[in-house]
Design a protein around this ligand. Structure first.
Ligand code: 8YV
Length: 325
């Protein structure tokens, strides 16, 4: 049986690799400390039919122009800002992602950041661990979520998961998407213009994909419109936020607190000025980081890859309009 030729660009679940190998010849980049060099990727893709992009290599038009055999790109992630989607579509290549595999897990993480920020859990723990907890007047005071307004920027599946969790805590929910969603789609929530969301929200959770329009959506202007008591959570992509503007907003008490699962740059260097601030907490991009979810994502990406190789519709495709090569 002739096997498909597949390139794997980064760390891959052993079961996913074994499954791919049953149907394909695989060239896999397995240096965990270094991304696959562009020249290697170019060379390997020249005769490949499938790309399992677990290393999140940048894919652009120039690269795709040199991959005449490529039939499918599959990525074990919800986001695909590293891939030029229009170029994929132009070249007739379907792009698979795994959004539905991580919805609840990432909503849990985003909501955890909100609660952790609101109740100053990390400051409290630092105080206890360092022996600075001497008397009850020293303890850090946070805010109630009950009765507060949560603004969600990017109301998709994860956003609505966060909204459900916040409703259980008695929060009022407003949200902003570029296009208002049908009335009643997310019960008890209300679409508002972006500026209104900024000025009305006590807490903001960002879940929007990174695109040309959302890059630095949260800049000096946006922070200036927020309440000085605002708590700002980013579980989307680091570059949706202008990091320098966020730093100044936190230093100058333009907003009260930030909790980030994603940063720009990422990983954030240990000597970055943001890390010296008392009113921030940062986790290392762990939105989908549970074994159950990562396994679901890896195997869903295998299903997408194999479907594309066979010329079938991908179970989860972000450019369904593509005409297969
Ligand atoms: C990470 C995510 O990309 O799916 C996404 O878009 O941001 C995360 O799940 C993924 O975890 C990397 O393996």
């Amino acid at each position: 049986m002739v096997k498909f030729r597949v390139v794997v660009t980064g760390k891959i679940l052993p079961l996913a690799l074994e499954t791919i190998k049953q149907h394909c010849e695989v060239k896999a980049w397995d240096d965990p400390n270094k991304p696959i060099p562009t020249e290697t990727l170019q060379e390997w893709l020249r005769d490949a039919e499938g790309l399992y992009n677990s290393g999140f290599a940048h894919i652009n038009d120039a690269l795709l122009a040199q991959t005449p055999q490529l039939r499918v790109i599959s990525q074990p992630s919800a986001g695909y800002d590293n891939v030029d989607l229009a170029a994929c579509t132009d070249h007739g290549i379907p792009l698979g992602n795994t959004a539905s595999a991580l919805t609840e897990t990432t909503a849990d993480l985003a909501f955890t950041l909100l609660l952790t920020a609101a109740r100053r859990i990390t400051q409290g723990w630092d105080m206890v661990r360092s022996g600075r907890w001497q008397k009850s007047s020293d303890i850090p005071f946070g805010i109630d979520l009950y009765g507060k307004t949560l603004g969600i920027v990017g109301m998709g599946a994860i956003g609505s998961g966060v909204a459900r969790r916040a409703q259980a805590c008695g929060m009022n929910i407003i949200y902003h998407n570029r296009k208002p969603r049908p009335v009643g789609e997310f019960q008890g929530t209300q679409w508002v213009p972006f500026e209104q969301l900024l000025s009305q929200s006590d807490c903001i959770v960002v879940l929007t994909p990174l695109t040309a329009e959302t890059r630095h959506l949260f800049n000096t202007n946006a922070f200036a419109k927020m309440k000085p008591s605002a708590h700002f959570i980013n579980a989307a992509r680091g570059a949706v936020v202008d990091t320098e503007a966020l730093y100044h907003a936190l230093v100058n008490n333009v907003i009260a607190f930030a909790a980030l699962d994603v940063t720009d740059p990422e990983p954030i260097p240990g000597d970055h000025p943001l890390l010296s601030l008392p009113n921030i907490l940062i986790t290392p991009h762990i939105g989908s980081a549970t074994p159950e979810t990562r396994t679901r994502m890896a195997m869903m990406a295998v299903d997408n890859l194999l479907a594309g190789l066979r010329g079938e519709r991908l179970p989860s495709c972000v450019n369904n309009e593509v005409n297969f090569r």
